[in-house]
Design a protein around this ligand. Structure first.
Ligand SMILES: [Zn+2]
Length: 279
């Protein structure tokens, strides 16, 4: 298990033995400077610091979390999930940190091939759902600004549609570690976006490449695309979980939400970067 570190002073966090005579007391993790963090009843550790918060409840709101869980639970994106598991399997990694893990749909699939899996997300509602459902994963509420892991402690850092704290990912990775990045490909959900906007802009996955140049080399690049036939409910869930819908005209969204069924295609670009040797 990669060493967790204190988000305040960056020293190692150690699980404190239960206090004698106190029944049902929460598990507590503590650093040498006595900063302590309670394990929540649901089984996650909240390492989020108030000074890193932009709002009281940062990250995806409960409605988005619920919609995403419903959509992913219906397994519309299973070809993507299977593709990333297949890509990581030959690396024989023993540990993985999933940054921006949400409610754990992809995180839980990494656990099939990797023993120590840690899911990190700034949104507490998402981590609460994840922790209730998947018990054999370490769940953390926290920010990617400072990843709460010791330097050179983990084999793979993954970020699926999530922030890319590149320098922090390089710091927590072991030498020869890997970063998995998944981002929408140019034509992702093209017909959905045609329904929402007068003019559709292609996604630009390549814009992520330059940022990795200094610390990583590109190991594998793979396009994953597949058709989707969405039920009315699945389309509604998809619209609710997708941030760019906020920019759409409400009447266009409402018109889409009347359709019984909708044909579209998902398209993703998957990158696997390898950490450069620093010496
Ligand atoms: Zn501390």
């Amino acid at each position: 298990m990669p060493q967790l570190i204190c988000p305040l002073c960056h020293q190692a966090l150690i699980e404190r033995p239960p206090q004698e005579g106190v029944q049902h007391s929460n598990q507590v993790w503590q650093c040498l400077s006595n900063h302590s963090f309670d394990m929540a009843r649901e089984g996650y550790l909240n390492l989020h610091l108030v000074q890193h918060k932009k709002s009281k409840d940062p990250g995806d709101n409960p409605e988005m979390v619920k919609a995403r869980r419903a959509f992913l639970h219906a397994d519309y994106y299973h070809p993507l999930r299977d593709a990333v598991v297949e890509l990581l399997d030959p690396l024989h990694a023993t540990s993985l940190l999933d940054i921006g893990c949400g409610e754990g749909y992809y995180t839980s699939s990494f656990r099939r091939i990797i023993d120590d899996v840690i899911g990190l997300d700034i949104a507490k509602p998402a981590i609460q759902l994840a922790a209730k459902r998947f018990k054999d994963i370490t769940w953390l509420v926290g920010s990617g600004v400072m990843l709460p892991l010791a330097s050179a402690s983990v084999d793979i850092a993954s970020s699926m549609f999530s922030p890319l704290p590149i320098a922090e990912m390089a710091r927590v990775l072991k030498p020869e570690g890997f970063v998995l990045v998944v981002t929408p490909a140019p034509t992702h959900l093209w017909t959905v976006r045609e329904g929402l906007f007068d003019e559709v802009q292609a996604h630009e996955p390549d814009k992520f490449l330059a940022g990795f140049d200094e610390l990583f080399t590109l190991h594998t690049r793979k396009e994953v695309s597949f058709p989707l036939t969405l039920s009315n409910q699945a389309l509604k869930d998809l619209l609710c979980m997708t941030p760019y819908v906020w920019k759409a005209k409400p009447e266009k969204r409402a018109a889409l939400e009347l359709l019984e069924q909708f044909e579209t295609a998902a398209a993703f670009t998957v990158f696997l970067f390898k950490k450069k040797n620093s010496n």
